[in-house]
Design a protein around this ligand. Structure first.
Ligand code: PLZ
Length: 475
C-alpha cells in the first residue's frame, strides 16, 4: 500500500496514561496497562509487509472470501493502544477491535484473571454445573446498568445473541410479537438481527428471507433532517409510524442504540430517547437499549442511557464488557426476565468461565480507574481539534459523538452528499502511516474513533495528527 521508508515516530507517553493525567499521577494499575508493548508508532516495512502478504496468500486458500479485514496486517501482539504486526510494524489503535479493548489490549489485569481461571477450569457449562464467576458478573451488571430496580441477567457469547435473547424475553414477558427498530440500526448478523439491522450491503444482501414481525421507523439523525426536529418531535415521528402501521398494542419492544454505532455514530437529538421511553411506558411496550457498542464507559458514562437518565427495561451488552474475550448479556427488570420458563434461556458456552473472569477484571478497571472520566477527557481533547480541522477541510460535514465514541462525517464539499470514496481514502492514508481508523455509516462516509480508554495522551495526539494530515491531503 505504501513505501518502505521507515517512518519512526517515537513518543514517550507514560504507558497507558489517560489523557489529561500527569504521568506521575498514573495509578499502579495503569502503570502496566500496555502489557509491555512499547506505546509508539513505528513503520518498518511497506503496509502490509512481506510476512502479512504471505499470510494473506495462505488465507485466500482457506478462509471464506466473505470474511473481510479492514487492515490486512497480521497481528503478532498488542498492548494498551498499540498493535504490532508480524513484520514488526506498530500501529496506533483508534478502533479497539470495534469498541472491545476499551481497558487496553491484553490489559495485564484481564490477562492474569483469565490465566488464573483457565488453570482452575476452562468450562463446565453453566446449565450443567454452575460456578461463582457467572453469578458475580450478573451482580456487577445489576449494579452498573441504568436504574436501581431489581434486575436479572443471562450471559451469552456475542452481541447478536444478546439481542436475540432480548427479543425472546420481551415477547415472552409481553405476549406480543412485533419488534420495532430504527433506521440506520445495527443489531447483528444472525437471521433475526439481520432483519433488525438496516443496511443491506454487506450485512443482508442475498441472505434472506428474514425473520418476520420486525418494523423499522425513522431515527433522529440531526445532520440529515430535511427540517430541524427536536428530540421530542423526532420521537413523535417514530411513534406515529408505530401507532399507524403496527399498532402500539402489538409491540413487544422498541430496540434502540442510544448512540447508533455501525449506522454512523449518530447521536440523537436531546430528548429523543426520553420521549421514546415515555411512549413505551404509556403503551406497555418494553424499551430495549442495545448498549453493545456504547456500554462500559465508552461514551463518558458507564452506559449511554445515563446521559439522559433513560432507564430501559432490558439492556444488551457485549464488546467492552470483557476486555477482549467473547461475552455478552441481557440485563433487565426482574419480573420481565423471570417471566421466561425455567430452561428457556441458555447455550453451551454462555458465560464461559474465562470470559467471566475477564469481565470481572475489566469491570474492576472501568470502576477503579474511572474510565468514563478518561473517555470524557478523550472527547475534550479530540473534539476541539477536529472542529478546528473542519474549518479548513471542506469535506467534513460534521464532527460528533460522545466520550471516546467520536466521528467525522465526510461529504462532497458544500453539501450533504455522502463521499464514501474520500472516507475510504482517508482511512487508507492513516493505515499507511501506522494509524488504525475505522469507518462506518449507512452511506459508508463516517470516520470513527474508538481509542482504548487507557490510551496515552501523546499517542492519541499523534494518531490525531496523522488523521488531520490525511484529511487535509484531499486531492
Ligand atoms: N449491536 C449496537 O455494534 C456489533 C459489528 C461488526 P456481535 N458491532 C460490530 C461487524 O461487521 O460484524 C454490534 C453492535 C450493536 C449488536 C452488535 C452485534 O454484536 O458481537 O458482533 O454479534
Amino acid at each position: 500500500m505504501t513505501h518502505g521508508s521507515a517512518t519512526t515516530h517515537r513518543t514517550d507517553a507514560g504507558p497507558g496514561r489517560a489523557p489529561g493525567t500527569a504521568p506521575e499521577s498514573a495509578s499502579p494499575a495503569a502503570a502496566d496497562a500496555d502489557g509491555g508493548v512499547p506505546q509508539r508508532r513505528l513503520l518498518r516495512t511497506e503496509i502490509p509487509g512481506p510476512r502479512s502478504r504471505a499470510l494473506a496468500e495462505r488465507r485466500a486458500a482457506v478462509v471464506a472470501a466473505g470474511v473481510a479485514s479492514t487492515l490486512p496486517v497480521y497481528v503478532e501482539r498488542a498492548g494498551g493502544g498499540v498493535i504490532v504486526d508480524v513484520d514488526g510494524n506498530s500501529f496506533i489503535d483508534l478502533g479497539s477491535g470495534i469498541a472491545v479493548t476499551s481497558v487496553g489490549n491484553a490489559a495485564p489485569a484481564v490477562t492474569r484473571a483469565v490465566q488464573e481461571q483457565v488453570a482452575r477450569f476452562t468450562h463446565t457449562c453453566f446449565m450443567v454445573t454452575p460456578y461463582e464467576e457467572y453469578v458475580a458478573v450478573c451482580e456487577a451488571l445489576a449494579r452498573l446498568t441504568p436504574g436501581d430496580h431489581a434486575k436479572r441477567s443471562v450471559l451469552v457469547n456475542s452481541g447478536a445473541e444478546a439481542v436475540e435473547n432480548a427479543v425472546k424475553i420481551a415477547r415472552r414477558a409481553t405476549g406480543r410479537d412485533a419488534v420495532v427498530v430504527l433506521d440506520h440500526a445495527y443489531h447483528g448478523r444472525t437471521n433475526l438481527t439481520m432483519a433488525m439491522t438496516a443496511k443491506a450491503m454487506p450485512y443482508k444482501t442475498g441472505f434472506g428471507p428474514f425473520a418476520g414481525e420486525v418494523y423499522r421507523v425513522p431515527a433522529s439523525y440531526p445532520l440529515r433532517e430535511p427540517v430541524p426536529l427536536t428530540g421530542e418531535e423526532a420521537a413523535r415521528r417514530a411513534t406515529t409510524v408505530i401507532e399507524k402501521q403496527v399498532g402500539a398494542d402489538q409491540v413487544a419492544c422498541v430496540v434502540v442504540e442510544p448512540v447508533q454505532g455501525e449506522g454512523g455514530f449518530i447521536v440523537p437529538a436531546p430528548g429523543f430517547l426520553p420521549a421514546l421511553e415515555r411512549w413505551c411506558r404509556e403503551h406497555g411496550v418494553l424499551l430495549v437499549a442495545d448498549e453493545i457498542q456504547t456500554g462500559f464507559a465508552r461514551t463518558g458514562a458507564m452506559f449511554a442511557c445515563d446521559h439522559e437518565g433513560v432507564v430501559p427495561d432490558l439492556v444488551t451488552t457485549a464488546k467492552g464488557i470483557a476486555g477482549g474475550l467473547p461475552l455478552a448479556a441481557v440485563t433487565g427488570r426482574a419480573e420481565l426476565m423471570d417471566a421466561v420458563h425455567g430452561g428457556g434461556l441458555g447455550g453451551t458456552y454462555g458465560g464461559n468461565p474465562a470470559a467471566c473472569a475477564a469481565a470481572l477484571a475489566a469491570i474492576d478497571l472501568y470502576e477503579r480507574e474511572d474510565l468514563a472520566a478518561a473517555a470524557r477527557r478523550i472527547e475534550a481533547l479530540v473534539v476541539p481539534r477536529l472542529r478546528a480541522l473542519a474549518e479548513r477541510a471542506p469535506q467534513i460535514a460534521e464532527v460528533r459523538g460522545r466520550g471516546a465514541m467520536l466521528a467525522v462525517e465526510i461529504t462532497r464539499p458544500g453539501g450533504l452528499e455522502p463521499d464514501p470514496a474520500e472516507t475510504a481514502r482517508i482511512a487508507r492514508a492513516c493505515a499507511a502511516e501506522g494509524v488504525l481508523v475505522l469507518t462506518c455509516g449507512t452511506y459508508g462516509n463516517v470516520l470513527r474513533l474508538l481509542p482504548p480508554l487507557v490510551i496515552g495522551e501523546d499517542l492519541l495526539l499523534e494518531g490525531l495528527e496523522v488523521l488531520e494530515r490525511a484529511i487535509l491531503a484531499a486531492g
